[in-house]
Design a protein around this ligand. Structure first.
Ligand code: BGC
Ligand code: MG
Length: 607
């Protein structure tokens, strides 16, 4: 599936790891070492001896800054709010946070329309607040990743204001300006049929200069012209600026869309399985994106971005937002000489969107075997798509316990695979998508334009649910928050789940700790097991020196018993010790009979 199609989707226990008591933040000497800290210490002990970069097998947590924590009572989250919650993220075990854009912005697309790349939007704080956030995070062994939007700026950015001022302005060529043409009735038509991801033509007419500018996204997000060396130069300077401000790396927004066909040929309709054109969530024929997405020229830019990153002594990470339809295209994003992105997002595993054993097996196996050993970055959720519960809905599961088990299945795929794992804020407590019920409540431009067919992305961007108090602990009592607090907050929140060792939150925390500390789960090879099974997805993680872990996830609502023969995989152990099991699942598991309840998960150390 291509990116636009995906967009349509949204707008489309037995435990071997000790869990410190709730809120146990004792003085440094006595306090329990968090799993990310243990890992960081291990890494620095190995530093110099070809130490692995910090992001390998790490856990990255996406924060939507507007919705994480409001510190100043304006109903919008901010940097000081995020800083005040770093203790929680440390407790959870995350290695880095990626914040969606926090630069000055008219907020048409909530920060993805940047008007100044060198500052912080005053709604979120100041550059000084940013530096404090980075410094505090560093003490907790948490890196900070900036979202870098390179494809477009805001139409309020001074570059664009200059560019649109006249055809001869020196910045004219910084954006994509083209002439229209006259239709049969003499009406002026856009240069071609290209569409905006957010609906309608991708061309906007400018009366003053009589030309159209191209915008892959919203009208207020004109595309930069990446063929212009001055544009590249300007953006590499932005990259340097934030590295100097201490970031651990970047998430490169919409990175596959930097270039378009220079001949401006029309795109063809995307055809569905039935051979008919696909109609998108805006009611238009969906185009196939072949001339405006994933053009080969992007690789030259990725290499240059990487050269800048590699010119620093620290390991600067480049993550790409890469909605690609095949593992071959994904592989190219690492670069022929490992000189492009370290972690292009693998959207092929997490966005299957139904519990289809064969598909998961195929996609995970491809990530393991077809990326030349490069590290995959798995992700199940983000700020553009309905949350994890889409899997439960697709399976028609209503029972709350079974839904919770499905959340554990997804967390296990994410955290027990050989990958870097990307978690979306709130997923660890099971926050669900809460879509607006009235058009007047919609804040996302996609939903305003697409209502009622496409209700936009507000539903997955609601405030973090910290506790059962006023405004769920996100903001002070009595404050009107920028999006409403979902009704689920009374029971689905951090405080309640911290107290319950069987909660989803503890499941995430233990899985993260295992990923950090269990050798097989940390970086062991991943081998699919029982590959004919249509009900249970199972795999082995093993290290060359014989450390082995078996993982089994029941994709059905019926109990299953699974048997594993690990001899062909060269695993000597015959016994298995439970590391993780869905609450309520039977104990006394053996390799010959692993009992799984409905949507149950088992993770066991082979001994
Ligand atoms: C981001 C979206 C944003 C778009 C335009 C995406 O890929 O994730 O939230 O609207 O880029 O910048
Ligand atoms: Mg605020």
């Amino acid at each position: 599936m291509n990116r636009s199609v995906r967009w349509a989707v949204c707008v489309l226990a037995a435990v071997s790891v000790a869990v410190p008591a709730v809120g146990a933040m004792k003085p440094a000497s006595a306090r329990q070492v968090s799993s990310n800290e243990a890992r960081a210490q291990h890494q620095s002990a190995r530093a110099g001896a070809g130490a692995e970069p910090w992001w390998k097998n790490a856990v990255i947590y996406e924060v939507y800054p507007r919705s994480f924590q409001d510190s100043n009572g304006d109903g919008v989250g901010d940097l000081n709010g995020i800083r005040s919650r770093l203790g929680y993220l440390h407790w959870l075990g995350v290695d880095a946070i990626w914040m969606t854009p926090i630069y000055p912005s008219p907020q048409v697309d909530f920060g993805y329309d940047i008007s100044n790349y060198y500052n912080i939007d005053s709604r979120y704080g100041t550059l000084a607040d940013f530096s404090r956030l980075v410094a505090t995070a560093k003490k907790q062994h948490i890196g900070v990743l900036m979202d870098l939007v390179l494809n477009h700026t805001s139409n309020q950015h001074p570059w664009f204001i200059e560019s649109e001022s006249s055809r001869t302005n020196p910045k004219r060529d910084w954006y994509v300006w083209r002439n229209g043409h006259k239709g049969p009735d003499g009406k002026l038509l856009p240069p071609n049929n290209w569409q905006s991801v957010f609906g309608g033509s991708a061309w906007q007419y400018d009366k003053k200069t009589g030309q159209f500018y191209y915008h892959k996204f919203y009208i207020q997000q004109p595309d930069l012209n990446w063929n212009n060396p001055q544009v590249r130069h300007a953006m590499y300077n932005v990259e340097r600026f934030w590295i100097r401000h201490g970031v651990a790396g970047f998430r490169l927004d919409a990175i596959t869309t930097l270039f378009e066909d220079p001949k401006l040929r029309n795109e063809k309709p995307l055809l569905g399985k039935d051979g008919k054109p696909v109609i998108n969530a805006f009611g238009h024929v969906q185009l196939n994106d072949s001339l405006t997405n994933n053009l080969p020229q992007v690789h030259g830019v990725l290499r240059q971005l990487r050269q800048v990153a590699d010119s620093y002594h620290r390991h600067i990470l480049l993550i790409g937002e890469t909605y690609l339809s095949s593992v071959n295209d994904l592989r190219k994003m690492y670069g022929a000489h490992n000189d492009e992105l370290q972690l292009p997002m693998d959207m092929q595993v997490g966005f299957i969107n139904r519990l289809d054993v064969a598909r998961f097996r195929k996609e995970i196996n491809e990530a393991e075997t077809e990326l030349h050993g490069d590290e995959p970055l798995f992700v199940v959720d983000n700020d553009d798509n309905h949350r994890w519960e889409r899997y439960a809905d697709a399976a028609g599961v209503k029972d709350p316990v079974e839904r919770g088990n499905i959340a554990r299945v997804l967390a296990t795929i994410l955290l027990a695979s050989r990958d870097t794992a990307l978690i979306y804020y709130g997923d660890e407590i099971g926050m669900v998508t809460t879509v607006p019920t009235k058009k007047s409540e919609v804040r996302d431009p996609v939903g305003i334009r697409g209502w009622p067919k496409n209700k936009g992305r507000d539903g997955e961007r609601t405030p973090m649910q910290w506790n059962s108090g006023p405004n769920a602990g996100f903001s002070k009592a009595g404050v009107k928050t920028w999006l409403p607090i979902p009704p689920s907050y009374k029971t689905v929140n951090v405080a309640v789940e911290k107290k319950d060792p069987n909660s989803l939150l503890h499941w995430y925390r233990r899985m993260i700790a295992l990923k950090h500390t269990n050798e097989a789960l940390h970086d062991g090879q991943e081998i699919m097991l029982n590959t004919r099974d249509e009900h249970v997805l199972a795999w082995l993680r093993k290290t060359p020196d014989g450390n082995a872990v078996v993982v089994a996830c029941n994709f059905t609502g019926q109990p299953r018993t699974e048997s594993f023969d690990l001899k062909p995989e060269g695993v000597k152990g015959r016994r298995v010790k439970t590391l993780m099991a869905t609450p309520g699942d039977a104990s006394g598991q053996t390799l010959h009979a692993v009992h799984l309840g409905p949507y149950g998960v088992f993770v066991g150390q082979v001994e």
